[in-house]
Design a protein around this ligand. Sequence first.
Ligand SMILES: [Mg+2]
Length: 317
Amino acid sequence: VPLPETSLIDRIRRMVGPNSTGIAGIGDDCAILRLPPGSELLVSTDLSLEGVHFRRDWHPPETIARRCFARGFSDIAAMGGAPLAFFLSVALPPELKQSWVDRFMRSLVATAGEYGASLAGGDTAQSPDSVLIDMTVLGSVPAGKAVRRNGARPGDGLFVTGDLGGSAAAIQFLRENRRKRPDPGTFPRHFLASPRLAAGLALRKRGLASAMIDTSDGLSTDLAHICEESKVGAEVWAEAVPRARVGKAMREVSLEVALNGGEDYELLFTSPRRVAGAIAGVRVTQIGRIVRGRVVVLKDAEGKSRKLRPGGWEHFR
Ligand SMILES: [Mg+2]
């Protein structure tokens, strides 16, 4: 049984320690936050439900915490923002062990510490039979400088950080091997998810990205969002798409999984400049270019094109 609310909050407060970015965090009626002078506030919110976004028999509490954190702060990264703080509300079923809650919270607080974001408040409640996690994340960006989805222009290159399909491949593995729990290190983008905050910040500071989004729903779907907002089309080079290597054998995922698998939390961006090599220690690959019109096509090695439809799948259906 999880601890009652007041003792749970005391315990979390001890884990968090003195607040770093918030002037006052947990323990008052409201959190008071101070933004760096001349900056705007970025806010995003995500609901993570057991059975929809994670499964307790598949995901140890530490990995659920990392995935919630990555999911939230990946949106801050995609705007070129710096992490500030987050709010966490959880509903916990009565049969849950307090040790599960401790493992989840310790991992969340440690991950937040790595990225310089502080837990500034939240709420707890009892749920009938499953875990519900609601996270609101806050970031800051110099006024008027956030990287939007609507800045892509014909002629811009299309780039992606890291590699794609690794998270969806983990779900495939878990489905096909019902009794095996894979080593989290063999599917790092799924179990050890991390937001590309340093890369997003560097791209914004160096003025490299004309439009940007994080790959939460899958490349084909997220690229469609950029094209829609920027009123442009795109050409994706199939051979260039960086595919994740997963599992013990480090096998490359299929092109379909790399194009449509979601939850990799990489950054997909466009740039009028040539972006080569790495940004903030993360590999960057050009995978195509922005074109006139409103159509997104996939070009294979022989130069044959087919329409690339948004095909991000919903993992647990
Ligand atoms: Mg996003």
